[in-house]
Design a protein around this ligand. Structure first.
Ligand code: HEM
Length: 479
């Protein structure tokens, strides 16, 4: 009975499901995006699917996504409590927390804290620039050699978020750091993989020691590390002098001690995990894809980025981006558009029995915002299928952001790290391009821009050659 599939009344049309699997067998497991496109051509910009016996609705194109996530935000801002990742994290923290008081308070706390780190010596910008120094030193050591930037970008993005939340960074060679990052990667792979799918569609299997059990094991390891850091903070933190997000949280817990509050140690641990996990691969994969495009579109790398305008800047900072660099803004946004990092966003759920586009969407239905479809929607972009910063420039050369640009999703669940991520992309890319010329090696063949599908997408690993723009100049002389 559990596997019987019943299409709700007036549910959006879609392909016919089969017992137990629903429509899963009609989707290419290695990359379902082409199948999603085919269904959209056949059924329109909203259609219904079944993940096992669980009903789901796919939203295609910017208009439909905006309607559900912005105009009807409260109705479609839930998260599923039937997914493996919600069980691993106990639906705590922010990412997998259901739409309710605890999610709202933690999201608001995290956003305010990140915003308050906007100014002063410990500001986000300073923390990012500090990490950029390490990137530069590493690249200087690699000058003239062929290298793969994957680990460097990954560790740099991890360190930036670590310095904001834990107040400390790791050295790139630190084995413990490597293990932590690797465990997060392994955990992410499991929770979006096939075993997780079985876990979700056949709950009876959960009692067996199958490979999905490892996800709980990895999470426990990460949790232990985070708890250790939290306990150290409890001993050393001084009220009124927060060093990082943990200190801010501990102060908030003290303030709310007498009230009924959703703030406690286990929520803190999951919140820290969320920020650390969400803030690493997303940013580093964007950097890696954008670097590949810049290297192989040399006319762009030679323009403002690292060229004419860059040379006149002594220190790169965020105010330059807003005031003086529409072209650079356009390049970075175009990089994010083609990098298409989170193609299916995070799945939402309907928080109530809702209506969308005239269809009934019962409470609990999974909502899949197909973000890639908006990022390459032919009616929305001047050049939907090529890398071209003109997509973000008007006739006067001013920066404009089309509504279909939504790599961070939209509405009340929109990415909480959007500002941080944009700051990182700008400061890391520009400082690196100002100091180094990144060259596609002559013997490397044709660059491959194809994205490898995953929870976060990226181009295949590649190697590049690093050249110093001004030989002899070191990072220290730049800062
Ligand atoms: C280029 C980089 C990034 C991209 C493309 C990106 C994209 C996204 C997307 C598509 C979502 C799902 C939104 C939804 O459910 O509709 C999301 C959620 C989230 N992101 Fe990001 N993200 C990036 C960087 C970051 C960073 C650096 C952080 C760390 C501060 C972060 C923290 C989060 C959190 C906590 C959520 C969950 C929000 C919620 O459920 O309320 N992200 N992100």
């Amino acid at each position: 009975l559990q596997f019987r599939i019943r299409r709700p009344k007036n549910f959006p049309p879609g392909p016919t499901p089969v017992l137990f699997f629903g429509n899963l067998l009609q989707l290419d497991r290695t990359n379902p995006l082409k199948d999603f496109d085919k269904f959209a051509q056949r059924y329109g910009s909203i259609y219904g699917l079944f993940i096992g016996s669980q009903p789901a609705v796919v939203l295609t194109g910017q208009k439909m996504i905006r309607q559900a996530l912005i105009t009807q935000a409260a109705e479609f801002a839930g998260r599923s409590d039937n997914m493996m990742i919600s069980h691993v994290t106990n639906s705590k923290g922010v990412i997998m927390a259901n739409y309710g008081e605890s999610w709202r308070e933690h999201r608001c706390f995290a956003l305010t804290t990140l915003r308050n780190f906007g100014l002063g010596k410990r500001s986000m910008e300073q923390r990012i620039l500090k990490e950029v120094k390490y990137i530069c030193s590493h690249l200087e050591e690699s000058a003239g050699k062929s290298i793969d930037l994957e680990h460097l970008y990954h560790q740099a993005a991890s360190n930036i978020i670590a310095s904001i939340i834990f107040g400390s960074r790791f050295t790139y060679k630190d084995e413990y750091f490597q293990t932590l990052i690797t465990n997060i990667e392994k955990l992410t792979k499991i929770v979006i993989g096939q075993w997780a799918m079985l876990y979700e569609i056949a709950p009876v299997l959960r009692i067996f020691r199958l490979p999905f059990c490892k996800a709980f094991h990895y999470f426990a390891g990460i949790e232990n590390h985070i708890l250790k850091v939290v306990n150290e903070h409890k001993k050393s933190h001084v009220t009124g002098e927060p060093r990082d997000l943990i200190d801010c949280y501990l102060e908030e817990m003290e303030k709310r001690a007498d009230q009924r509050s959703t703030f406690d140690d286990s929520q803190l641990v999951t919140l820290l995990f969320d920020l650390f996990a969400a803030g690493t691969e997303t940013t580093s994969n964007t950097l890696r894809t954008l670097t590949l495009y810049l290297m192989t579109h040399t006319h762009i790398q030679g323009k403002e980025c690292g060229g004419r305008l860059m040379k006149s800047l002594v220190i790169v900072n965020m105010s330059h981006l807003r005031t003086e660099m529409p072209y650079v803004q356009a390049v970075i946004h175009e990089g994010q558009r083609v990098a298409d990092i989170v193609p299916l966003s995070m799945f939402h759920t309907a928080t109530t029995n809702a209506q969308l586009w005239g269809y009934n969407i019962p409470k609990g239905t999974i909502i899949i915002p197909y973000l890639s479809s908006a990022l390459r929607e032919e009616s929305q972009w001047k050049f939907p299928h090529e890398f071209n910063p003109q997509n973000f420039l008007n006739d006067k050369g001013e920066f404009v952001k089309p509504d279909a640009f939504m790599p961070f999703s939209a509405g009340s669940r929109v990415c909480l790290g959007e500002n941080l991520a944009r700051m990182e992309l700008f400061l890391i890319l520009l400082t690196v391009l100002r100091r180094f010329r990144l060259v596609w090696p002559e013997d490397a063949g044709e660059p491959d821009f194809k994205l490898i599908y995953g929870g976060t997408q990226s181009v295949k690993p590649y190697r590049l050659t690093v050249q110093l723009r001004t030989p002899g100049q070191t990072c220290k002389s730049v800062y």
